[in-house]
Design a protein around this ligand. Structure first.
Ligand SMILES: Nc1nc2c(ncn2[C@@H]2O[C@H](COP(=O)(O)OP(=O)(O)O)[C@@H](O)[C@H]2O)c(=O)[nH]1
Ligand SMILES: [Mg+2]
Length: 413
């Protein structure tokens, strides 16, 4: 018997001692009993609030397990809340993201979703689509009779309006994915320009080995730091050059893939050395980076005499890892702040983004069909669009999505 309390009142905090299976006292705790359906999962739930530290909590856990309970799987509580109808799919996903959020702005946005903003938007969009569908069904069913001529016109206008808002949401969400997942910043440049020194300056300790020997950094090193209200991940890379050593070649390959996956690219150049072909290579890589990436040109070692051709750099940010990197920190902070949450609805997961993309793709086809007067096919694609957008909040391919989604939660929640 864990507690000797004979009864508990629902949603009341009760002070109680907890004993192990040998009847030895473990701790004095607060027990709160939530009687179904008034709990997070809609089931009977008992919570223990014990004293801090790991030992007491694990002793209580052990005693609970010995009494016949089992550990929750990752995300099991939220999964049960969903299966019992407490929350819809978009809210369940939001709870998972809220735990992971990498910026204060993202946490605020997700709280808004939790209140149902995204759900409302999706419901509204569904209603709009169903209304357009009804319009058109009428046209199909009563093709012989005289109907107001502008029915199709009105349907097209409604559709275009909805498509424009979905497109805006999609763009807004893609650009800001890093607010939730954390932005990834790749530091690239030729060897010895001070990439590792820069990482160390950001971290305030000597994380990466720096030296004037070329090719010192061979592997990519990833570290998270906080800039303003954002948690970002810096990736220090091996200097990009024609390498002879096999290991260095692998490192360089990793540098190139770090550029691919980064949201922000910091190209570092050495103020004290003459520009060479390797610098031009880096500049080319930066120029060819996808347009949704932010690219910053940084001139390091500005404490030394200038030999680098500054005209090659776009809005050069001048720093010295020996003295001051504030101009770069400020530039990063300023950029991250421009991405902060606005009032627009934002999708918070790849799954939601793909649902909206699919909706849009079907609506585009549908609109063309409507203009061609192919009403039955139009109706089919509209139906597909409704199904796609419903995926955000409702349950379709239940089991797979559920398993994939809830297993990403931390254990328990
Ligand atoms: N004078 C000066 N030396 C620097 C500066 N930044 C880095 N270094 C030196 O340049 C060398 C190469 O630095 P490192 O960070 O290993 O370069 P990486 O190969 O680009 O990672 C080291 O000896 C650093 O101490 C700087 O701003 N000023
Ligand atoms: Mg290095």
């Amino acid at each position: 018997m864990l507690s000797r309390k004979s009864s508990l009142i629902s949603r009341n905090a009760a002070l109680s001692s907890v004993y192990d299976e040998k009847n030895e006292l473990i701790d004095q705790v607060i027990i709160i009993y939530f009687k179904a359906p008034n709990s997070y999962t809609c089931e009977d739930v008992v919570e223990f609030q014990c004293h801090g530290g790991i030992v007491v909590a694990s002793m209580i856990l052990e005693a609970v397990l010995k009494s016949g309970a089992r550990l929750a799987n990752p995300g099991e509580f939220t999964k049960r809340a969903f299966l019992n109808g407490r929350i819809d799919l978009s809210k369940a996903e939001t709870i998972g993201k809220l735990i992971e959020a990498k910026s204060a702005g993202a946490a605020k946005l997700l709280s808004r979703h939790l209140k149902g903003e995204l759900q409302e938007f999706v419901e509204q969009a569904r209603e709009n689509l169903l209304e357009i569908m009804a319009f058109v069904e009428v046209t199909i069913d009563y093709a012989e009779e005289d109907l107001p001529k502008d029915i199709e016109q009105k349907a097209a206008e409604k559709l275009q309006l909805l498509m424009a808002s979905l497109e805006r949401i999609l763009e807004n969400s893609k650009q800001r994915e890093g607010l939730i997942e954390g932005f990834k910043i790749a530091i690239i440049g030729r060897t010895n320009v001070g990439k590792s020194s820069l990482l160390n300056r950001f971290l305030h300790y000597e994380r990466a080995i720096t030296s004037d020997i070329e090719g010192t950094t061979r592997d990519t090193i990833e570290e998270e730091i906080k800039i303003g209200a954002h948690i970002v991940k810096f990736v220090d890379t091996a200097g990009i050059r024609e390498a002879d050593s096999e290991i260095e070649k692998i490192g360089i390959k990793r540098s190139l893939s770090a550029i691919e996956t980064a949201d922000i690219i910091i190209g570092v150049f050495d103020n004290s050395r003459e520009t060479n072909g390797e610098d031009s290579e880096i500049l080319k890589l930066m120029k060819n980076a996808k347009t949704d990436k932010k690219v910053l040109h940084v001139l390091n070692k500005c404490d030394l005499q200038n030999r680098f051709d500054i005209a090659l750099l776009e809005n050069a940010i001048k720093i010295s890892c020996k003295h001051d990197i504030k101009p770069l920190t400020d530039a990063l902070n300023e950029y991250l702040n421009t991405l902060d949450i606005n009032e627009e609805i934002m999708l918070s997961s790849a799954r939601q983004i793909s649902a909206v993309s699919e909706t849009l793709a079907n609506l585009k086809i549908a609109l063309d069909l409507l203009n061609d007067g192919a009403l039955e096919l139009f109706s089919f694609h509209l139906n597909e669009a409704v199904t796609a957008i419903s995926h955000i909040t409702r349950t379709f391919e239940r089991d797979e999505i559920l398993e994939a989604m809830f297993s990403k939660f931390c254990v328990g929640k």
